[in-house]
Design a protein around this ligand. Sequence first.
Ligand SMILES: Nc1ncnc2c1ncn2[C@@H]1O[C@H](COP(=O)(O)OP(=O)(O)O)[C@@H](O)[C@H]1O
Ligand SMILES: [Mg+2]
Length: 405
Amino acid sequence: MQSQPEIRGVATELLASKGLRLISCNSVQTLWAGYGHICQIKACSNNTGVSQSLMFKYVSPPSSKSNKNVRSLDEGHIRKIFSYQVEQYFYTYLAPQMPNKIAVASCLASVNTTAKGANTIGMVMNDLRDSFPVAGEKRAELNETQVHAALKWLAGFHGFWWSRADEVRRAARVRPPLEHFKQHKSTELGPQAGIWLKGGYTYLATRRKEYDGLKMDEDSEWSSAFCEPGGSGETSVAELAAGFLCSSAVREYQTLIHGDVKSENLFTTIKGDAVAFFDFQYVGLGLGVCDLAKLFTCSVPLRMLVDDDEAIPTASTLEMQQGEETLLRKYHDQLQRTSGKRYGWSLFLTHWETALVDWLRFQASWGFWGNTEWLEARVRSILDDAQWLAWIKSAYEASERDWRN
Ligand SMILES: Nc1ncnc2c1ncn2[C@@H]1O[C@H](COP(=O)(O)OP(=O)(O)O)[C@@H](O)[C@H]1O
Ligand SMILES: [Mg+2]
């Protein structure tokens, strides 16, 4: 556990590099497994004497060296340690390039160092609540205005980075946690860490244990639906969808995705007509629809997705309804406008459906929350669709051939 003097020491040094002096530093929240703190800081300018309120995200996880036996292959621990370094890279190198209308915190100063095997990450950021005072709450729905604002932010973010996809690709250097760790035998990514080669924290390559659990789960309808080999050699639907989403077939459409889009990772204006996202620990290369799959399931009110938001019958199927389509069209239009690129609507929809399948695979293996009945019914209808199945198989096989050649 980090001590107050230790946290204040790092904050003081970072502020000094910007001509600021620390007045106070109070922890407002501890981070996952006690790996760090979010602190509210008061600082004063050495030149003008004007004081300001800032946020300080400070992370100092137990080093893998001191915990070698227990921790060295703990996927969750390694994922977290990498994630803070990814976030520091994002705020330091990528966020400053973004236009003001895609609101993110600006990072005044940051550090990512290792001394005696212990990694320290610190980020001094402006307090987003100055302009976005309303917090999206934990596992809560957004209201309609906030949903539109969140979609607009996402289309702007995805569109901006889609037009700079080469730069995103150069920065996307951090491979799945265990793979990276096994090769480098270290949880330090170094100052040039980069962002995740695949954004998000739910993709199949990092969730094999959960997937094996689902395979054995005789009570879940998704066990056979996702995990049984599906006519294409030994490849299950879950593997087809996950494989497709990171294959060369989607390269042209890949952008930077946030990776953890939910109400508790955003603030909004009082009116709810603009949002700012934070928590960029899982930012990386991916399809924008993967961010949308989580948002629609976890933070969009059901009545915005379906015509009749009475309970969706168990085991039913559900085609895309007007509400879902309206939201997707709005996002799709703005994505194309911001990026200046074209994304055919029907291709976009097949990518969307594949993202829903992949997201449900994670929830079915990890635990459900949000619009579960909607998600399950939508995925039943996608898996019932012979055209979708034929398409995903051939797309997957084509990308496998590509990869072998
Ligand atoms: N720039 C910021 N301005 C204001 N509050 C922030 C800022 N960054 C983080 N926070 C607060 O700190 C909390 C935790 O930060 P977050 O980056 O989401 O870490 P984690 O989800 O790992 O706990 C957020 O829910 C938010 O309340
Ligand atoms: Mg968070």
